[in-house]
Ligand binder design. Structure first.
Ligand code: AMP
Ligand code: MG
Length: 310
């Protein structure tokens, strides 16, 4: 069932009462709460079992709302005008008089912000007088959700409402760009880094060792909590085998990410596929070699982290 206005009204009612609500975005589904409330944001950490030192991304409707909380600069404006609303998050300087809860930033002086493009969530944000802190709606270190059903599988009755926005169009998390001090990419994601580099005509590197700057970039993450092996040509018997592209002959343990080698489509299907492998109770996953370019690089980043699960 898709959302109508009455569901959005319900969401507002719960959010105003400092409750968490599941929201659809074009990247993945989020677990949202009032970013100005310490009571509400504490609930996100508790539900997700998320370490307190891992700060949250805050979702805004527009620049006017953002300016209450962050200092903005030229580079930000340039990217904002081109790519927002969309799958890019910016790290900006937090204003001293900002109302953002300390839980959100883990007392950092910077804030991660995003403008999601999903119409349902934009509609919701437009009607609120506070921004929404919203990390992915999954238990910490596990696979991000890309549908209402996935969120339900994660939290069951622990959350009162999940807005339905269909399957997430991009299906992987946002690209995070640090715009405080030297511009840098902290997380690969839904907006390919080559595109940002080309547009800015600027040397802007992906900081692979960004764990310190972006604590969520931990070694084990995005994992179905099943053993996973990369760059495999021949899988073992009874092992789920993830293919980048459909084959003529598909064994029952074969799962393909894209019909014809389209890496963007493959990224969109990645978490859905991992979830269905988990549901089918496989004990081990093998993945064929995936080209390390564009969305392929993002898929490899997520699978590499998932493969650290022991
Ligand atoms: P999630 O919302 O779960 O997809 O993850 C949010 C990501 O943003 C994590 O990797 C966080 O560490 C990162 N993040 C949030 N706030 C900041 C910040 N102020 N500086 C750097 N990284 C941040
Ligand atoms: Mg997450």
């Amino acid at each position: 069932m898709k959302n109508n206005l009455s569901n959005i009204k319900k969401a507002i009612k719960y959010l105003n009462k400092n409750q968490c609500v599941g929201i659809p975005t074009e990247t993945v589904y989020g677990l949202a709460a009032n970013a100005y409330s310490s009571v509400a944001t504490a609930k996100i950490f508790k539900l997700k079992k998320r370490p307190k030192q891992n700060p949250l991304i805050v979702h805004y409707f527009n620049l006017k709302m953002l300016k209450k909380d962050c200092e903005i600069n030229e580079l930000f404006l340039k990217l904002y005008r081109r790519y927002s609303p969309g799958p890019i998050s910016y790290i900006l300087k937090l204003k001293k008089n900002s109302l953002i809860s300390k839980n959100v930033t883990n007392k950092k002086k910077t804030l991660a912000v995003r403008f999601p493009s999903h119409p349902t969530t934009r509609n919701l944000l437009k009607k609120l007088n506070y921004p929404l802190a919203a990390p992915s709606a999954n238990i910490s270190t596990k696979i991000s959700p890309v549908s209402k059903k996935d969120v339900k599988d994660e939290f069951g009755k622990k959350i009162s409402l999940i807005l339905d926005g269909g399957q997430s169009k991009i299906g992987v998390e946002s690209t995070i760009v640090n715009l405080v001090d030297k511009p840098q990419i902290l997380r690969l994601g839904g907006l390919p880094k080559e595109e940002i580099k080309k547009y800015l005509n600027l040397k802007i590197n992906y900081d692979k060792k960004s764990k310190f700057k972006s604590p969520g970039q931990s070694k084990t993450h995005y994992s179905p909590h099943i053993k996973l092996r990369l760059n495999i040509k021949n899988p073992n018997q009874n092992e789920a085998f993830i293919l980048i592209r459909k084959r003529k002959k598909l064994n029952t343990n074969y799962f393909y990410l894209s019909k014809n080698n389209n890496l963007k489509e493959a990224a969109k299907n990645l978490y859905k596929t991992l979830r269905s492998i988990k549901k089918n109770k496989f004990k081990s996953i093998a993945v064929e070699k995936i080209p390390n370019e564009g969305f392929g690089e993002v898929i490899n980043d997520r699978l590499k982290r998932a493969s650290n699960f022991k």
